[in-house]
Design a protein around this ligand. Sequence first.
Ligand SMILES: [Zn+2]
Length: 122
Amino acid sequence: MSDENDNIHPDPVIQDIHDHTGRGWYGCVVGEGWHSIVKDVHTQILAKFPDYEVWQIKEKFGGLRYYCSVDGDEDVQAVICKAEELSWQTCEDCGSTENVTTAGRPYWVRTLCENCGTPNVV
Ligand SMILES: [Zn+2]
């Protein structure tokens, strides 16, 4: 068993996000339903900042959060802001935009479609 390259992601863009993740950071930890949103953000930031660092891409209170080393750039802020808005209407599990609701317990809220289950029921 080799330690290197043992977690290559089948999606090259997601893999690229992992490659851009700063040392010690979590990287992309959102459900697959949001991968297309995340990939879009990554591609757009990359176009302007080819060497930027991803810190953490996660779900918080049912919405997408995209933390990276780019700070104070209006274009990037707009891209991330748009992605966060989009995440509220997109199922984090399957990417569906139909019958999507954000619900759950106070500290564990997820944005899911009807098919992926009612989030507040275990
Ligand atoms: Zn779903």
